[in-house]
Design a protein around this ligand. Sequence first.
Ligand code: NAP
Length: 273
Amino acid sequence: MKRSKKNIIPAGHRVIWIIGASAGIGEGLAKYYASIGAKLIISARSRDKLYQVKAACKGNPMNVHVLPLDLEDETSLPEKALEALRIFGRIDTLIHSAGVTQRALAIDTKLSVAQKIMDINYWGPVAITQAVLPAMQQQGRGHIIVISSLMGKIGTRFRSSYAASKHALHGYFESLRPEIYDDNIHISMVCPGFVNTSLGEKALIGNGEKYQKKDDVHIKAMSVSEFVKRLIPHLDKQKEEIFIAGSEIKAIWASKYLPGKLFRRKIREAKVI
Ligand SMILES: NC(=O)c1ccc[n+]([C@@H]2O[C@H](COP(=O)([O-])OP(=O)(O)OC[C@H]3O[C@@H](n4cnc5c(N)ncnc54)[C@H](OP(=O)(O)O)[C@@H]3O)[C@@H](O)[C@H]2O)c1
């Protein structure tokens, strides 16, 4: 199939697999796509929360299928992907929204905690993408949406492993993009700034325990519904890189346009919690 805008299937006619759909941005996307009639597979670890999201979705309940999974259980992921493909017979859009963040200095973060962040944020999405790709290639189209972060482009204090995992996503998916161009498979890298979800409260501190505190930057951040409203028009166009943020977007401009030394001073001074 030739790569062309005419090959974009309207979102309401798609089969969409959302990983990280039990909360936050993934939940917001699930509710939006259900409301326009898409067929959904929703995944995360918490079966109960996924069923709550399913119950809250508008439209035909038969169109929303719950598929619990744990991204840390890497060996289970290829089989989960095959199961997801069997549910509606195909996957048109794969959304990676699951993630865990960090609130600890690099020196205080146990290696096992850094690896856990990498497993959930990077290796899990890679394993699932690899397992879904052959089916997308066979059907001659697909859209992979990766919810990265501004931390996929820059790094700040308290986020060393988180920023590393998000940078890794960019390295992987930017390399994959040209490999699957002729298969008509699109990749959208989404870089949010602060969004008001419970991501920060569940952040891992150095010993792997939860931070259990909502930082000012998240309390004052945009809501999930505002974020989803701003994101959807870009996803409909299958844009390759999407930034949605409040004033923290200035950090990205600064990284591009300020002399390196000045930018790094701004990063040292930045309020990140
Ligand atoms: N909120 C922000 O300010 C912000 C900013 C930039 C980027 N992001 C990115 O946006 C994405 C969504 O974050 P959010 O703010 O919506 O966070 P959230 O509300 O905490 O949602 C995170 C989702 O990931 C799932 N998850 C966590 N660990 C998992 C695992 N081991 N296996 C499977 N699923 C797992 C959670 O479900 P279970 O706990 O049920 O497994 C939940 O559905 C993340 O990738 C995050 O890095 C968020």
